[in-house]
Design a protein around this ligand. Sequence first.
Ligand SMILES: NC(=O)c1ccc[n+]([C@@H]2O[C@H](COP(=O)([O-])OP(=O)(O)OC[C@H]3O[C@@H](n4cnc5c(N)ncnc54)[C@H](OP(=O)(O)O)[C@@H]3O)[C@@H](O)[C@H]2O)c1
Length: 311
Amino acid sequence: MTVTKKIKLINDSPTIKFFKKMSTSKVILVTGANKGIGYAIVRNLALKYSETSNSQPLTIILTARDQNRGQTSLNELENELKPKKILKNDGGIIDLKFMQLDLLDENSIKKTEETISRDCNGLDILINNAGMAFKGDSFDVNVVRTTFATNFYGTLNVSNHLFPLIRPNGRLINISSNSGRSSILSEKWKKEFGKEDLDIDGLIELMKKYENAVEKGTYQNEGWPRQAYGVSKVGLTVMTKIFARRADKEGKGVLVFSCNPGWVRTDMAGPSASKSPDQGAVTPIFLTLDDDAVPKAPNGSFWSDCQVREW
Ligand SMILES: NC(=O)c1ccc[n+]([C@@H]2O[C@H](COP(=O)([O-])OP(=O)(O)OC[C@H]3O[C@@H](n4cnc5c(N)ncnc54)[C@H](OP(=O)(O)O)[C@@H]3O)[C@@H](O)[C@H]2O)c1
């Protein structure tokens, strides 16, 4: 028997196949996870996943734009979870990792893509959580540009790089907002954003139309709202639908959803908000872990309180 044949036989043996399967970790990456809802998603994913009867190990990649803030959050979480013995070092099935990822930095996005593809050989679930909002009532074209740069273009860029790494039957989950529902738009723009054949270029064109109208001061006459954050999240929710159409065409069974976490007490929303970060993480975690209702839902749909909602 030739050496090649021998190797093939060994690799095909049921025992090797079993160990290969067992040692392949499921991989979930969360953006903007050093605090707020993103941190709560990572924490609750670790806890919930280890409660299930699933024996497949899970690697959760907590990403943050700032190395120190990200590493500090990871250490804090590891210390908290240590007594629960769910982490790999303590004999559990959860492996927590940190990667630096800034939505505004092309190099850090490319580096993340390279690392994921080299070290993890792909990704099962990408949770686009990172986002920003201006405090107060300031509104001009700079507010629009800055908000769009992170919430829309940054998230789009991360998705463009990481979506191709999502394995068959994986998921992409975008943390959008109730502020980004179509009800903030006039009928004219609702129709434009809602077109079934809208592609990413068409969506970018619409986002630019808003930016230009704000710059020229004509946005009100053109039927646009005075809501940079809301329109950035409209863009994200519609981007979700476009990626879902792409996923359906590719036929790998990848599910793509957006969701509203609710009004959550974080640095973004402040202390008066109604939900705790753990409560804000409930719908994103449901979309990540549920294997019953979620796969039956229309691809590209928008969720709130673990239910599909009209966008
Ligand atoms: N809180 C709410 O009531 C609410 C409601 C609806 C939707 N949301 C959405 O939920 C998501 C999380 O918000 P949150 O309330 O948890 O806000 P948060 O506490 O302010 O956290 C935002 C996270 O995003 C990160 N981030 C911002 N810009 C980034 C960039 N360029 N690259 C990478 N990370 C970046 C922040 O990092 P730094 O710490 O470095 O700034 C932080 O980790 C956002 O998409 C938000 O729009 C929140």
